[in-house]
Design a binder for this molecule. Structure first.
Ligand code: GYE
Length: 331
């Protein structure tokens, strides 16, 4: 996702209610100002959105969904992209406190480390909506968590693999960002479900940061050091699976037949890979969280209570369903 820039400094004849942050406060700053038709002095709610980065197609789609939804509702969104660096997320959140935003949407990179800044936000009276990933922190420090059940996603992937195979299956696992909720929970759900199927065994687990290039690199290294062939790859997201598929093909393996590949997210590129027969199955995890996130923000700004945990429902698609489903994909 290319960084967004400061608001256009006001089109002729339009007044803009955007607050401009001090220069240099954020590395990348996007202000989406709903400028135009309404009263120039009308107070619009200002929402700070701390995003992790753009490591995956999923995350790019999530950012676009939240930006589009804020714009559609005439809300002012300060988007700060931390470029994959947790310390930049903390800095952005402290910037939101300094700016006295009305609410914060936070997609936290890792589970640990957010509690102190969440306390600062609470003390400042700024409600926090967590999207897509959870944190290990006192739940009274945030208003709601809107995210999928990652343990259930991992379980779905494992049960599909168990149903799709016979005999011994050696599995290579590509893990997401170490310490992130989806990496921890997708691993846990997968391994727990495999406990009932001892013929399926994870023989290697390698972190690859939810990124395509890293997935490819790690799979190349695994193939170079492989002592006994493996028959399946479980990737915590599509991007890593797609990178692994490239590496497998370059090594003369046939992903989708010699090696079954299952991943999570079910993005459009994953569906295309399923149509080509290279990806075997994908568990859906929707990034289109803008409507729910902004609903929560608006409820909180009206002083209403919101559900502390909103679980986004997921399902699994396999390659045989991909061609029919592809035209319906929205991310
Ligand atoms: O699966 C992955 C992304 O937090 C649910 O993060 C999200 C995950 C998603 O980079 O592709």
């Amino acid at each position: 996702m290319p960084p967004m820039h400061d608001p256009r400094p006001g089109l002729p004849g339009q007044a803009c209610a955007a607050r401009v942050l001090p220069a240099g406060l954020f590395a990348i700053l996007g202000l989406l100002a709903a400028c135009g038709a309404e009263e120039p002095t009308a107070k619009r709610p200002v929402v700070g959105f701390s995003q992790i980065g753009a490591e995956s197609a999923w995350r790019v789609a999530e950012t676009a969904s939240i930006v589009a939804e804020a714009e559609a509702r005439g809300m002012e969104l300060m988007l700060v992209d931390a470029q994959g660096r947790m310390e930049k997320q903390l800095e952005a959140l402290r910037g939101f406190v300094a700016q006295r935003v009305d609410a914060v949407i936070l997609a936290p990179q890792k589970e640990q480390g957010f509690e102190p800044v969440l306390k600062e936000l609470k003390e400042a009276g700024i409600p926090v909506v967590l999207v897509d990933r959870g944190v290990q922190a006192d739940p009274s420090l945030y208003a709601t968590l809107i995210a999928s059940d990652f343990v259930a996603e991992g379980r779905m992937a494992a049960l599909w693999l168990a149903a799709a195979t016979t005999g011994d299956v050696r599995i290579v696992e590509l893990e997401g960002t170490t310490g992130s909720a989806p990496a921890i929970d997708r691993k846990q759900g997968f391994h727990a479900a495999l406990a009932a199927h001892p013929r399926l065994r994870v023989v290697r687990s390698q972190p690859a940061q939810f990124a395509l290039a890293e997935g490819k690199k790690q799979m190349e290294a695994i193939l170079r050091s492989e002592s006994e062939p493996f028959q399946a790859v479980y990737a915590h997201n599509d991007d890593m699976a797609l990178g692994a598929i490239e590496a497998l093909k370059a090594a003369g393996r046939a992903p989708g037949t010699d090696v079954l590949v299952v991943s999570i997210d079910a993005t459009r590129p994953a569906f295309e890979a399923m149509v080509r027969g290279e990806l075997s199955a994908a568990v859906e995890c929707t990034p289109l969280l803008g409507p729910q996130a902004l609903d929560a923000v608006q409820s909180l700004l009206r002083g209403e209570r919101v559900e502390q945990r909103v679980v986004v429902a997921d399902r699994l698609f396999e390659a045989s369903q991909a061609a029919a489903e592809l035209p319906n994909r929205r991310y």
